[in-house]
Design a protein around this ligand. Structure first.
Ligand SMILES: [Ca+2]
Length: 230
């Protein structure tokens, strides 16, 4: 069974926001050039799609956890991100997200930097597949897939503990628990408009957050990542 994750069409908000701004200006009787209310123009670049199956390694993605990136927010846990040949959606290998839920806390992810050839905002469409056996109510069933995109990679993820363990700047793009726990590969997607750094680079991140308690390691397998810039 395949279920599409939650889309986050960040670009879709732009036309609505612009329309509201124009209505607001008209209602106030203020004459302002419409261009002042327009969102930053999205760069016109040739669409580029990159796919990753992790058959020969991480392919430029850098595995990280909250434990080895910046100041640890969680109590120590031995979660890890590794290559594996235990499961695969494409080929014979994938990335094993080894999530130890002993502290009900943790962030595991992969970063990769892309040269998008412009410093103007671009549209990102990220798709990834994760194998999970979690039910929506069992241990681990409330762990989430997360994603992120920005001019730079995260150097010290910050968790605001009073907001349901949410990591700041890391949108949840879907739950790892599905129904009664039907093992299989599930697709997750993240869409956003991203402003590159001054050299035209964007950092994309994909991973998961632990928001469930269980005193053992749960294995989630990540494969078939597709990154499109347009
Ligand atoms: Ca693979």
């Amino acid at each position: 069974m395949r279920i599409l994750g939650i889309d986050r069409p960040g670009g879709a908000r732009t036309p609505l926001g612009r329309a509201c701004a124009r209505v607001g200006a008209a209602a106030a009787g203020v004459v302002i050039a419409a261009g002042l209310f327009q969102a930053p123009a999205v760069a016109r670049i040739t669409p580029a799609t990159y796919t990753y199956s992790y058959e020969t390694g991480f392919q430029g993605w850098v595995p990280k956890t909250d434990q080895n990136t910046g100041t640890p927010e969680c109590s120590p846990h031995d979660s890890a991100v590794a290559l594996s040949n235990a499961k695969a959606r494409d080929g014979v290998r994938s990335v094993d997200l080894q999530a130890h839920g002993e502290n009900d806390c943790g962030l595991l992810w992969l970063d990769r930097t892309f040269d998008v050839g412009t410093t103007a905002p671009v549209r990102l469409d990220l798709s990834l597949w994760v194998w999970t056996r979690d039910s929506s109510t069992g241990p681990g069933g409330v762990n989430d897939v997360v994603a992120r995109a920005g001019a730079a990679c995260e150097t010290d993820p910050y968790q605001e503990v009073d907001r349901d363990q949410t990591w700041i700047g890391w949108p949840e793009i879907g739950s790892l628990g599905h129904g009664d726990g039907i093992p299989g590969w599930y697709q997750y997607r993240y869409q956003a408009t991203v402003t590159p750094d001054s050299s035209g680079r964007v950092c994309v991140s994909q991973g998961m957050q632990i928001v469930s308690t269980y005193a053992f390691i749960k294995h989630y397998y990540l494969d078939t990542t597709t990154v499109t810039f347009s």
